[in-house]
Design a binder for this molecule. Structure first.
Ligand code: GAP
Length: 511
């Protein structure tokens, strides 16, 4: 069975809600657009993903491409920072997505997400659509007497505003309802202290990266790191997204897992020593392999190198920029970004040095090469919430042959519950044996005991929670001290000795 075709976002969202992975924030009041809460299973899943990132990139990273142990240190910086940070970083004034409104339908689109079908004849309307959402477009074209292959596809931003009057919006039927692209600042503002004026205005950070850049000098002064080294941080970021959508994919409050990896400035020490390209390629490949390792091993995960004209202002002269992308049910057949890996040059450190007024005095001193410079940066920047969403979509596996009709195929490391302990019936001494096993196992593992309901229903619950193993205590357990182990994926059941269960789990799950 091709499970890819049978996954629907509605089904996945329903399971997330039903089983307590993800709920709308403040749901009892009707929710709030762009904000999401994690329930018990979702919070555990997200923690497992963040723990894996922390362990694999900070605590126990692999050797770098130079064969030496990678130097990585963490920081934990604040959400509200001195507002000058955001002027220096280019976010104040620059952190804008031009938006287009439809006066007819009130829909709002990001201008850079819009494409236009341009017919060969000049008097026909131009059909605008959202890239990646082309469903029903051929019908609309047909109504206008056009076929897709007769038309050229152009970027909306190339044609607006000159051709606006001829354009039919993605959700409209008549031409002329789209506005010119307009700028919106995505940073949330707040005020510090009692007085609400321009002086007291501050921002919620839109990325965790700037906390790393502004503390770069303190890290260098207080730890023994030397280029090449990395500073990592995970934490909340906030963006007042104009069109939050696709479940948690584009939220207004989300969590990032960011690394700024500092290497020598190739313009000062030479590329041969700086090795920007080598480090960039290493991080790109390493991060891609990591996402595969935590459970996105199928063909829904891709690595996409950017074209030069897509690059951010700080990355234009760099070794490269790439995205690690996942094919979500709502982007299919297209992909959505999980993580960006960018050579950010030394734009941010230079900006902060200049804006805080100390300029070149803040250059880093590289003893080994006897050189002063602002280090260049390779930045792997990942979204924890998008990662969780990808894990949920990947794990969702319809299976008509089991009572739940679906199971969640999480990797053992990501699974919120590692094993369930289920007495076959709630009598004849079985709950007592189950209780003892549960108490023994929970010292090491995230396990649950479930005594109520018939066994089929309890297996179904665990299938939907993505629990890799169920240990069942039955009549035979009482006579020969063995239990059955049910494997979530194969449904195979085998008997193992009660006193071997802990070792069995340790081997399968780790920990
Ligand atoms: N410091 C670089 C930076 O912030 P970004 O591409 O804007 O780069 C990095 O964000 C990652 O953060 C994205 O790949 C995505 O996983 C996550 N992210 C960004 N905006 C998001 C949003 N509105 N909702 C959920 N995740 C988001």
């Amino acid at each position: 069975m091709n499970t890819k075709l049978t996954k629907s976002m509605d089904d996945i969202t329903a399971l997330c809600r039903r089983r307590g992975f993800i709920w709308q924030s403040s749901e009892i009041y009707g929710g709030v657009n762009g904000f999401w809460d994690y329930g018990p299973l979702g919070a555990a899943l997200k923690k497992n993903l963040k723990d894996a990132w922390w362990t694999d990139t900070i605590l126990c990273p692999p050797d770098g491409p130079d064969g030496k142990p990678l130097q990585m240190v963490p920081v934990d910086t604040t959400i509200i920072m001195n507002p000058k940070v955001w002027v220096a970083s280019g976010h104040v004034g620059g952190f804008n997505d031009p938006m287009v409104d439809c006066r007819k339908t009130q829909a709002r689109y990001r201008a850079d997400h819009l494409k236009v079908y341009v017919p060969p004849v000049a008097d026909k309307p131009l059909l605008v659509f959202v890239e990646g959402q082309e469903v029903g477009i051929s019908k609309k074209l047909k109504k206008l007497g056009l076929a897709a292959d007769q038309c050229a596809v152009r970027d909306f931003t190339e044609l607006a505003p000159t051709d606006l009057a001829r354009m039919i919006g993605p959700d409209a039927d008549e031409p002329g309802s789209l506005t010119e692209p307009r700028q919106f600042n995505l940073m949330f503002t707040t005020h510090l202290g009692a007085v609400r004026d321009e002086e007291s205005q501050a921002y919620l950070r839109p990325e965790t990266a700037q906390g790393i850049f502004t503390q770069f000098w303190n890290v260098v002064d207080t730890s023994r790191v030397k280029t090449p080294f990395g500073i990592a941080q995970m934490g909340k970021s906030f963006r007042n997204e104009v069109t939050p959508r696709n479940f948690t994919f584009r939220s207004r409050e989300f969590e990032q897992m960011e690394i700024e990896f500092f290497i020598p400035d190739p313009d000062v020490v030479g590329e041969e020593i700086a090795q920007t390209r080598r480090w960039y390629a290493w991080w790109r490949d390493h991060r891609y392999a990591w996402w595969r390792k935590v459970g996105l091993a199928g063909d829904n995960l891709i690595l996409r190198e950017h074209d030069r004209d897509e690059l951010a202002h700080y990355a234009k002269d760099g070794a490269g920029t790439s995205d690690i992308e996942y094919r979500f049910p709502f982007t299919a057949p297209g992909f959505g970004e999980l993580e960006g890996v960018a050579h950010r040059t030394n734009f941010d450190l230079r900006q902060h040095a200049q804006h805080c007024g100390r300029g070149d005095k803040m250059r880093y001193f590289d003893q080994e090469h006897n050189a002063h410079y602002f280090p260049h940066v390779i930045e792997p920047s990942a979204g924890a919430d998008r990662g969780v969403l990808a894990l949920l979509c990947e794990a969702y596996t319809p299976d008509a042959d089991r009572p739940s009709g679906v199971y969640m195929k999480f990797s053992p490391r990501m699974a919120p519950i590692k094993a369930a302990i289920l007495p076959l019936v709630a009598k004849d001494g079985m709950p007592e044996v189950a209780e003892k096993l549960y108490r023994d196992l929970r010292r090491r593992f995230a396990v649950q005991i479930d005594i109520k309901q018939n066994i089929g229903k309890r297996y179904a619950r665990m299938d939907e929670a993505g629990t890799p193993y169920c240990f069942t205590i039955d009549g035979q357990t009482l006579s020969d001290q063995t239990v059955t182990v049910r494997d979530r994926d194969t449904l195979a059941q085998e008997r193992i000795a009660l006193d071997k269960v802990e070792a069995f789990l340790g081997e399968k799950i780790g920990g």
